[in-house]
Design a protein around this ligand. Structure first.
Ligand SMILES: Cc1cc2nc3c(=O)[nH]c(=O)nc-3n(C[C@H](O)[C@H](O)[C@H](O)COP(=O)(O)OP(=O)(O)OC[C@H]3O[C@@H](n4cnc5c(N)ncnc54)[C@H](O)[C@@H]3O)c2cc1C
Length: 470
């Protein structure tokens, strides 16, 4: 069959979730994938990094076992086994997507898709591994081709796959680099810095902006920096890598810091300097699709403005997160064909952001600086992990929960957390924002004891001068 209601191009968390939802709505769906089902997220992003970080966490626990009264003869790790576990989990989840496609009667087409002008929607031409082209048609076509690591060849910041890595090589290290340079301190850079540091690399992070994790609240960034430096990371902010020269086994990096340039040598370099959308070779120019730099421009329902053509996920710009892609996929499919009355457009301010380093960082909504910039009067609450019984019992007394409210309306404008398990906790605040809860409902809510979640309560109480355990 080559004629469908919907053809989805790209099977990452945007594309495959959209395909499932469309199947549930009774559409005849095909999904085209050129590499592996599950996209970057399952194969080269969210999942394999979390598997590596889990190994690092287990190593950390074994290294610190004595403080829990537990004896471990010798803490250590086996790098190929750590990588094998991560790859195995990625493969398992990619297989899970294959199963979900089958269960939802979605036709999977392996090959590279390209668009041509069509009738109801653009025609999809798919080239398979043998180079054979097949033409597919549909009422709707959804682009979910994702993004890839940014390189800046003109500034010498280009991966070579051997010594200068992107996230792909960093996920399958052949050796444990003694000296590792991580360029960029967003979530991806910091997660790798945290992993390699725990496994014994001497890690240097270079960030062009004036703080690490620049999308996070400034106080959380500063907290994270202090913690990482205590763990041995070298962090340069307001610094730039002006060029990388790979040799036989090492790379020399020219780093400009405080007006001075110095050359340092590293065994490996990870480029984590951003993301560019996969907009090339799709035929977008022929169709007149609007592209802003490397991202397809869409409205709140994923509509591109070209008849029958939609786009979602990393391809449409930040935040470059799997749950943003999936959420957009569902919204887009539900509103397909103009059925927007029951659908809600995408709201970027309710997208939580998580960094799964040690310590973890999580947030939703406005940072303190951004909340101040709105001109509103604010109430800000903070609660440290040290005041929480469960955190102390876990041996995780380092962290902070910060909440920001509109002083006049009680609206939760933002929540920012650093410490153990905050990537799990943040969802409580996301629900509060989505449900438009105010401070009074949050204060009246009963939180189980002993849990880390009690800190979320205390932070809200602190904003209103009612904190209990400080
Ligand atoms: C190292 C790393 C860690 C990350 N960790 C997290 C995390 O913890 N949490 C989080 O939310 N996000 C994380 N992300 C981001 C997350 O992976 C992306 O936001 C998410 O994968 C985007 O989903 P998507 O569906 O838009 O695109 P993708 O997952 O990129 O999928 C796009 C798919 O389209 C396919 N494709 C592209 N062009 C074509 C074509 N012409 N024909 C056919 N197929 C095509 C690609 O092969 C790919 O499989 C991480 C990313 C990286 C790199």
């Amino acid at each position: 069959m080559t004629n469908f209601d919907l053809i989805v191009i790209g099977s990452g968390p945007g594309g495959y979730v959209a395909a499932i939802r469309a199947g549930q709505l009774g559409m005849k769906v095909a999904i085209v994938e050129r590499e592996a089902l599950g996209g970057i997220c399952l194969n080269w992003g969210c999942i394999p990094t979390k598997a590596l970080l889990r190994s690092a966490e287990v190593l950390h626990l074994t290294k610190t076992a004595e403080s829990y009264g537990v004896k471990v003869d010798k803490a250590g790790f086996d790098l190929p086994a750590v990588v094998k576990r991560s790859r195995g989990i990625a493969a398992q989840l990619s297989g899970g997507v294959k199963h979900l496609m089958k269960k939802n009667k979605i036709t999977v087409v392996m090959g590279t898709a390209r668009l041509e002008k069509g009738a109801a929607a653009p025609t999809v031409m798919v080239k398979d591994a043998k180079g054979k082209d097949t033409k597919y048609t549909a009422k709707h076509v959804l682009l979910a081709t994702g993004a890839r690591a940014r390189a800046i060849p003109q500034a010498g910041l280009e991966p070579d796959g051997k010594l200068i890595w992107t996230y792909r090589e960093a996920l399958v290290p052949d050796v444990m680099p003694k000296r590792l340079l991580v360029i960029g301190s967003g979530a991806i850079g910091i997660e790798f810095a945290s992993f390699y540091n725990e496994l014994g690399s001497d890690v240097t992070v270079v960030e062009a902006l004036d703080r690490i994790l620049p999308a996070e609240d400034e106080e959380i960034s500063a907290f994270a920096r202090k913690d990482f430096e205590k763990q041995g990371l070298t962090i340069h902010t307001g610094a730039q890598v002006k060029g990388l020269k790979p040799g036989k086994t090492t790379v020399s990096a020219e780093i400009t810091l405080g007006g001075k340039t110095e050359t340092q040598t590293f065994d490996r370099v990870i480029l984590a300097i951003g993301i560019v959308g996969n907009v090339e070779d799709l035929g977008l120019e022929t169709l007149g699709v609007k592209v802003d730099r490397t991202h397809v421009v869409v409205d709140g329902f994923g509509r591109t403005g070209v008849k029958g053509l939609y786009a979602i996920g990393d391809l449409t710009g930040g935040p470059w997160l799997a749950h943003k892609a999936s959420h957009e996929g569902v919204i887009c499919v539900e509103a397909m064909g103009g059925k927007t009355e029951d659908a809600h457009p995408f709201d970027p301010w309710n997208v939580p952001g998580c960094t799964y380093s040690h310590p973890q960082v999580a947030s939703v909504g406005l940072t303190e600086a951004k909340a101040k910039a709105t001109g509103r009067k604010l109430k800000i609450g903070k609660f440290p992990f040290l005041g929480n019984g469960k955190a102390i019992a876990l041996g995780a007394g380092d962290g902070l929960v910060k909440t920001i409210f509109d002083a006049e309306t009680g609206e939760l404008l933002g929540a920012h957390m650093i410490g153990a398990e905050v990537t799990e906790l943040i969802q409580g605040y996301v629900i509060a924002r989505q449900g438009e809860l105010t401070e009074s409902e949050l204060m009246e809510t009963i939180f189980p004891h002993p849990t880390l979640s009690e800190m979320m309560h205390e932070s809200v109480l602190a904003a209103y001068g009612k904190v209990l355990h400080m």
